[in-house]
Design a protein around this ligand. Structure first.
Ligand code: GAL
Length: 814
């Protein structure tokens, strides 16, 4: 090559071409570090040393949550509030090969999250600890590596209880990565892309421009000054280059370098809820005509504002934030991160019309935010559930003084490129709001956030409504007032807080059990107040799905949404919660061990309120009729319907009309009181006399057969992908038997396994990791996980006295 003469201009052209196609070998490699770990439940201090014998330890693949594998027990130290599962101390070890040329490179091990108090050793060398189980963190390990075999050991200590107010899970429950880069490279989370719009007029027009500011932190661990150049290229979603920065020459000394670049381009496609369009910026560090480091950062171009009178606007369009709060557990899978399981949750919520998620009350897994970017959800990313003042004796308040700055900074640095994130929350119902200590901490936390991102407002979820008594508010540092509960206060808010932007950060806390119905003359508050022991309830440990029970600080779904929808100044709401979650089984005592607040149950089956939201939050035609139609003859049954896109609904029982109803005033449902007789209940919704939808419910006879319905019959053979299989107990005519509780046995053959089973019952003490599950109100769930081999998975479900059923799932490499 040296002998061939190539004119300089052509050389430059060739170089540009190669750079733009990324054809040079990249030195940055980021690989999954999840496989081939050894696990020991218990403590053994010797396990940190390189030569420790872990032959007897269990082999597993991360992410892993050991709590979810355990037995429910009231006496477990996490208590029913923490999910009633075991916690404790455990060790993980892994042998791995040092990357080739590791001495010339930086090798970094990245943990997305370990719950909690992790300590890490490589070849017996202590690297550090990380108390907060929701923070992502990393260690640079090149200097401790040996040629060939190396060992990493991780101690996880979740023994100090009670810690969390909900189920936390225990272990290396998120992904782990090994990243190798040049010594001169972009730092971890070293890119901040701030994409805004430049408008020619007052409103957005398609021909306007995007302004992309890219801040890059470059590290230089080579020990000597380095010269290089840096270039950024923006690609659209189809992979086509859109615009590129001028290559910029830099001299980076050993303390690193911070660079800014601005790139403008015309007519960007905006990121929105309906069209979550993303670009990416590829950053290249070039030395001696060679790309020595390359990173890719996705971003979206969008603009938004909160207005004290008019609420929230996305891309200039008034948009009510229709959100739910979510904890991080994935039901039967526990806290162990699984992208498909998170995607399924978001799909179910999207179909309900939900457009926003509050990550209660901690930073989520990075993959969760990627999904929100991709699927078009707005996100309120939350840092803490407490500051210095505790909620439980062993919770994060013990670590807050030493770690809050680091934890908050790391959340910001990790998450600030996600277009989905529109709010940073510095805390949920923080005790310091009630005394003057709240002022200084609020100011400090807000200034930490602003030092890293000024593009998004800072909020805190508050409960104290009197301005003078709320010291977090008094700090005068928050951009938006976030109120939890107190829906009757929405109306007064503008007069009590003139010109203050407002968001209902947490609402409702209604209590429901899927498939369970009882009526009441008035709405029940369970528990009644903070003092009285809870003695109401029923021996089924259930709460009615008629939306007539809530916690005393909360309200029913209807009570809340009626207020939230009424006022423009209410920018939106986050309903507590989208899904049931493990822990916080209020109001019931043991054996209740998971929450009753979800719009969707723990297994992912919607409760009836789901359709209330769907009828209000979407335009697709909805007609949801409930309850089931299996009662004692003569019983007075309330029949409810949620509907939209119609001006009347007529109900028929065994062909006889029971009358037409339509919603009056601010009604959100219609209702008939019906004397039960077995047969067929049918509802017909009509718009201007034209039929829109028909729903029928039939009285079911005895359980006769099993039906299996997979959410996906083709999944990836990647060892992670899941098929969620709904099991329905049917009578001989194919009707779901509403109170069936048959014990279903599962058999899996082929290239898959059962990752978990559930039925959504909040007081079931059956294990989640099992090949059996009782049906609950006619349904249960088997979660089937693919192996890495392609082929078929055959699932068979059987139960005594019922015709069994099987289905086949195919797995393939794409
Ligand atoms: C709220 C709290 C949530 C949850 C909820 C239950 O006050 O912020 O974390 O505990 O109550 O109703």
């Amino acid at each position: 090559m040296n002998n061939i003469y190539i004119p300089l201009k052509l050389k430059t052209l060739l170089l540009m071409l190669l750079l733009s196609t990324g054809a040079f070998a990249q030195s940055r490699i980021r690989e999954s570090f999840n496989k081939d770990w050894k696990f020991f439940l218990g403590d053994d201090a010797a396990a940190k040393s390189k030569n420790f014998n872990d032959q007897q330890w269990r082999k597993l693949t991360l992410p892993h949550d050991w709590s979810i594998e355990g037995k429910f027990d009231e006496k477990n130290p996490a208590k029913p509030e923490g999910g009633g599962l075991p916690t404790g101390i455990a060790w993980y070890r892994k042998e791995f090969n040092a990357p080739a040329n590791y001495k010339q490179q930086l090798v970094t091990i990245e943990f997305d999250g370990v719950y909690k108090n992790s300590e890490v050793w490589v070849n017996g060398q202590y690297l550090g600890k990380r108390p907060y189980g929701y923070s992502s963190f990393s260690y640079e390990i090149s200097q401790f590596l040996n040629p060939g075999k190396n060992t990493i050991a991780v101690k996880v200590d979740n023994s100090a209880q009670p810690d969390s107010r909900w189920y936390s899970g225990s272990g290396i429950y998120r992904n782990v990565w090994l990243t190798t880069t040049a010594k001169l490279s972009v730092e971890q989370w070293g890119t901040f892309v701030n994409a805004s719009v430049v408008m020619a007029g007052n409103t957005w027009s398609k021909s306007d421009e995007a302004m992309v500011q890219v801040k890059t932190n470059i590290q230089n661990k080579s020990g000597i000054k380095q010269n290089a150049s840096i270039v950024h290229t923006i690609y659209d979603a189809s992979g086509k280059p859109v615009e590129k920065s001028q290559p910029r020459a830099v001299q980076v000394d050993t303390s690193g370098s911070k660079l800014n670049a601005s790139i403008r381009f015309k007519s960007p496609t905006l990121w929105s809820i309906e069209n979550p369009y993303q670009y990416k910026v590829v950053t290249q560090i070039i030395q001696n005509n060679k790309v020595i480091d390359q990173t890719e950062t996705s971003f979206g171009v969008r603009f938004f504002k909160f207005d004290a009178q008019k609420g929230f606007y996305l891309n200039g369009t008034p948009t009510k934030i229709l959100g739910v709060c979510l904890h991080h557990d994935l039901g039967a899978l526990g806290a162990a991160v699984n992208t498909r399981a998170m995607e399924r949750q978001l799909e179910i919520l999207k179909a309900m019309g939900c457009n926003a998620i509050r990550t209660a009350h901690n930073p989520p897994a990075p993959e969760f935010l990627d999904l929100c970017d991709k699927m078009g959800f707005l996100v309120m990313d939350e840092a803490f559930d407490m500051w210095k003042k505790k909620k439980n004796s062993k919770d994060y308040h013990l670590n807050f003084p030493e770690w809050h700055k680091r934890d908050l900074e790391d959340m910001l640095k990790r998450d600030r490129n996600h277009p989905s994130i529109i709010l940073w929350s510095i805390g949920n119902e923080i005790r310091e709001q009630f005394d003057s200590t709240g002022v200084a901490i609020t100011k400090e936390l807000v200034s930490i956030v602003k030092s890293l991102d000024k593009t998004r407002p800072v909020i805190s979820a508050l409960t104290e409504m009197v301005p003078e008594k709320n010291f977090i508010y008094q700090a005068n540092a928050l951009d938006i007032y976030g109120l939890n509960y107190n829906h009757k206060f929405y109306k007064e808010f503008p007069s009590k807080y003139p010109n203050v932007k407002f968001l209902a950060t947490e609402t409702t806390s209604a209590l429901e059990t899927r498939g369970f119905y009882d009526t009441a003359d008035t709405i029940r508050r369970w528990p009644k107040d903070g003092k009285t022991k809870f003695t109401e309830g029923n021996k089924e440990w259930s709460a009615s799905s008629y939306d007539n029970v809530s916690a005393y600080w909360g309200s029913t779904h209807e009570e809340t949404w009626k207020e939230a929808k009424k006022y423009d100044h209410v920018s939106g709401l986050f309903v507590w919660t989208g899904f049931d979650y493990l822990g916080e089984p209020l109001p019931y005592p043991w054996p209740a061990r998971s929450s009753y607040f979800g719009i969707v149950d723990l297994a992912g089956f919607p409760k009836d309120s789901y359709y209330l939201y769907q009828s209000e939050w979407t335009d697709k035609p909805v007609l949801h009729l409930f309850p089931h139609w299996n009662w004692e003859t003569g019983k007075k049954v309330e029949v409810w319907a949620y509907y939209n896109n119609a001006n009347e609904v007529e109900l028929y029982l065994n062909g006889k009309s029971l009358g037409k109803r339509n919603k009056q005033g601010d009604d959100l449902h219609i209702q008939w009181d019906v004397d039960f007789e077995p047969g067929t209940l049918k509802a017909v919704s009509r718009k201007n006399g034209k039929e829109v939808l028909v729903r029928t419910i039939k009285t079911a006879s005895a359980p006769a057969k099993i039906e299996l319905i997979a959410d996906r019959k083709k999944i990836k053979a990647d060892g992670k992908d899941l098929s969620f299989v709904t099991v329905r107990i049917l009578d001989k005519d194919g009707n779901v038997v509403p109170n069936a509780d048959n014990l279903v046995q599962f058999k899996v053959e082929g290239v898959g396994e059962i990752a978990g089973v559930d039925n959504g019952f909040q007081a079931s003490l059956e294990p989640f990791k099992a090949n059996y599950r009782k049906a609950f109100h006619g349904l249960c769930l088997a979660i089937i996980q693919a192996q890495e081999k392609t082929g078929t998975i055959k699932l068979t479900a059987s139960a005594a006295g019922l015709t069994s059923s099987s289905l086949t799932i195919n797995t393939s490499k794409q």
